[in-house]
Design a protein around this ligand. Structure first.
Ligand code: NAD
Length: 365
């Protein structure tokens, strides 16, 4: 199986269950025969002490050098503390696409057998840009005054304020990516999701640009749009009506977890952050502090993210070998982690992360 070109890939193991899922992913990639060499780079709370930053410059440089990285989840303090490492990395490398294919795996406890959709989430702007003003701060007061003087509305004086920028540039490149992806992968339709009826200058702009881009693909790829709230109901009732879906950042974040829930949960949902020059592959899930360090995590999501990475590197056979092993182990159903036991409402004893990983490796032999 060995191919002569070795790919040097940056591995950011992350923290929480990331330590376990990243180790499992490395073992499975090695067993697939893919010629990957890892350069390990730190991120997260643990490297604050050593580097004085949750995302050291050396980690960003490692991704820039190797162009391709895979990352385990990193804990972000809620409400206070350092800003999200994930958001910082996406911004530093301009990884403007968050690509999340959602596919049923028979045996994984999904609500449907035939989910096959792709979430394309804008990754660089929207409320997620983290442009915020603290309640009571001089800037917040100034903004409140400005809003009132402009006649746009009133804001209560005790408000914290988050800004929601959505640009023509950001919208055009993400919708263009969604259509290019659809064409390349033989998919028939792109759906743009928004709340343009309420937020006319942000979501309305996104929808207007999406319609303009769609015209370039008329006759080749169909286009429609949905309002986010109705869209969530449609995804739950009949996900087969969706093909490629393109979202502004925050709606895409929420809809990704909803879609993961349709197919068996966060434990099996892979993803990638993609820019013009770099790609960082990572599962949809977070660091799951409730189960970290207990050998309970399901590493499938990170392993399927690695399969996406192998596709990206042109290692198509190794990627397919991994996906085939995942399908086989889930179809057999004898060695599955606790999250899947719960999703399938099974009383069978759950496998540990390590046992499941060994089952995958055995399925490749
Ligand atoms: P989470 O995704 O970590 O966990 C949500 C629930 O799903 C938990 O009950 C968890 O046990 C379960 N779960 C998640 N992944 C699983 C897996 N692989 N196997 C089995 N069960 C799994 O979401 P959260 O609890 O909201 O966030 C925890 C931390 O992770 C926060 O600090 C958050 O900021 C961070 N986070 C990081 C990323 C990232 O690094 N890309 C993404 C999302 C959240």
């Amino acid at each position: 199986w060995r191919n002569s070109v070795t790919h040097l890939v940056t591995l950011i193991p992350g923290d929480g269950i990331g330590m376990e899922t990243s180790a499992a992913m490395q073992e499975v990639v090695a067993a697939s025969g893919a010629p990957i060499e890892w350069e390990v780079a730190p991120a997260g709370a643990a490297c604050m002490e050593e580097f004085g930053a949750p995302l050291p410059e050396s980690t960003i440089e490692a991704v820039q050098r190797n162009k391709v990285a895979i990352k385990g989840p990193v804990t972000t303090p809620v409400g206070t503390g350092f800003r999200s490492v994930n958001v910082a990395l996406r911004q530093a490398l301009d990884l403007y696409v968050n690509l999340r294919p959602v596919m049923s795996i028979p045996g994984a406890g999904g609500r449907y057998d035939d989910v096959n959709l792709v979430i394309v989430r804008e990754n660089s702007e929207d409320l997620y840009a983290g442009i915020e003003f603290e309640e009571g701060s001089a800037q917040a007061k100034e903004l409140i005054r400005f809003v009132e003087e402009s006649g746009a509305g009133t804001i209560r004086p005790d408000s914290g304020i988050s800004i929601k920028p959505i640009s023509v540039t950001g919208s055009e490149r993400i919708v263009e990516y969604a259509f290019q992806y659809a064409q390349k992968h033989g998919r028939n339709k792109v759906t743009a999701v928004h709340k343009a009826n309420i937020m006319k200058h942000s979501d309305g702009l996104f929808l207007r640009v999406a319609r303009e881009v769609a015209q370039r693909y008329e006759g080749a790829v169909a286009f429609d749009d949905k309002i986010i709230d109705a869209c969530c109901m449609c995804m739950v009732q009949d996900p087969s009506q969706f093909d490629v879906m393109v979202f502004p950042n925050l709606y895409g974040d929420i809809a990704s977890d909803l879609a993961a829930g349709l197919v068996g949960g966060l434990g099996i949902a892979p993803g990638a952050n993609i820019g013009k020059d770099y790609a960082v592959f990572e599962a949809v899930h977070g660091s799951a502090p409730d189960i970290a360090g207990k050998n309970l995590a399901n590493p499938t999501a990170e392993i399927l993210s690695a399969a996406m990475m192998l596709d990206h590197l042109g290692e198509l056979e190794a990627a397919e070998r991994i996906r085939a092993a995942v399908r086989k182990v889930y179809a057999e159903g004898t060695c599955l982690t606790g999250d899947i036991r719960r999703a399938t409402k099974s009383d069978a004893a759950p496998a540990t992360c390590a046992q499941f990983t060994q089952a995958l490796i055995a399925a490749m032999e």
